[in-house]
Design a binder for this molecule. Structure first.
Ligand code: UTP
Length: 287
């Protein structure tokens, strides 16, 4: 059973400057909820209650968000505003949170390695909170992946088809299709040019990793952009054993880019916020 979910959240978020100059990208609100909260909700829905966060300098607000604010609670107690905090209160009660710091930003692979003391020797999930994944009609993306892990017991990356001109923003896989939505990974290239991409199947920010990945990251030298890439370690794992790539069901928004962020905001406003804030009578009509 997977219980732990790691959130690498130490990156600089340079694509979203100036908003991210003194505020973590993961705290950007989509309508009324910060990105990291959507990620933790998805983890909890998948049964993962031990949340481990890799933070960095200037990221204290992440820790404060998953804590009680007594002054605020006192201020709004017995008012209609209390219900705005019910979602986050539920997460604080249902999950445990632990934190560690990545002191130098040496890439996603390195950030995951920094999380090792919080994870130990067990399989775990990874969520990149700036990829907002929603599946309003069924299981969330992590829940889908946890079910697959229970069947296959190996590392799994979530993938989606992207236009060929966009592949250079992603890790890209190629492999043998073992089901219409699952590939056994044979090749993996980080941020390829369109003419060197092995496919248009792009890795997005959801992973299930088996703990042998840590030793493989340790052996990984800096790759593309001088960063320690998780894709390089995953390719080694795929060659030694098995890594699956899973075409998830649902929507994914790249909230690290302005376009994806605006799309996510419109989607969440229509599909989540309006339902949540509709007066009781309108909610009953909708049923
Ligand atoms: P991104 O590639 O989105 O990098 O990282 P970034 O630095 O956050 O954003 P840009 O590209 O400069 O705008 C993917 C995820 O990996 C984490 C980030 O916080 C993000 O969740 N990350 C990346 C780390 O934790 N440490 C790193 O050294 C790099």
């Amino acid at each position: 059973m997977i219980k732990k979910c790691l959130f690498p959240a130490a990156g600089y978020g340079t694509r979203f400057l100036p908003a991210t100059k003194s505020m973590p990208k993961e705290m950007l609100p989509v309508v009324d909820t910060p990105l990291i909260q959507y990620g933790v909700e998805e983890a909890l829905e998948a049964g993962l209650t031990e949340i481990a966060v890799v933070t960095g300098r200037g990221k204290r607000s992440l820790e404060d968000h998953f804590d009680i604010s007594y002054e605020l609670e006192h201020e709004i107690s017995n008012t209609g505003k209390e219900k705005s905090l019910s979602g986050i209160r539920h997460l604080i009660e249902a999950c445990s949170f632990s934190y560690t710091r990545q002191v130098e930003m040496k890439g996603l692979g390195h950030a995951i390695l920094c999380g090792r003391p919080l994870i130990g020797d067990e399989a775990f999930a990874v969520v990149l909170a700036d990829d907002l994944c929603l599946n309003v009609d069924g299981d969330g993306v992590l829940a889908q992946m946890v079910k697959l892990y229970e069947q296959f017991r190996c590392s799994i990356v979530a993938i989606q088809e992207v236009p060929l001109e966009d592949v250079s923003r992603y890790g890209v896989i190629a492999g043998e299709a073992i089901r219409d939505d699952i590939y056994r990974v044979e090749r993996m290239v980080e941020k390829p040019r369109p003419d060197e991409a092995p496919s248009n199947l792009a890795i997005i920010g959801r992973y299930i990793l088996t703990p042998d990945i840590f030793a493989l990251i340790e052996q990984t030298v800096p790759g593309k952009n001088g960063e320690i890439q998780i894709t390089d370690a995953l390719l080694k794992q795929a060659k030694q054993g098995c890594v699956l790539a899973y075409k998830f069901k649902g929507q994914r928004f790249d909230c690290g880019s302005a376009e994806g962020y605006v799309e996510a905001t419109n989607f969440c406003f229509e599909n989540i916020y309006k339902a949540k804030t509709a007066p009781q009578s309108r909610r009953l009509e909708a049923v």
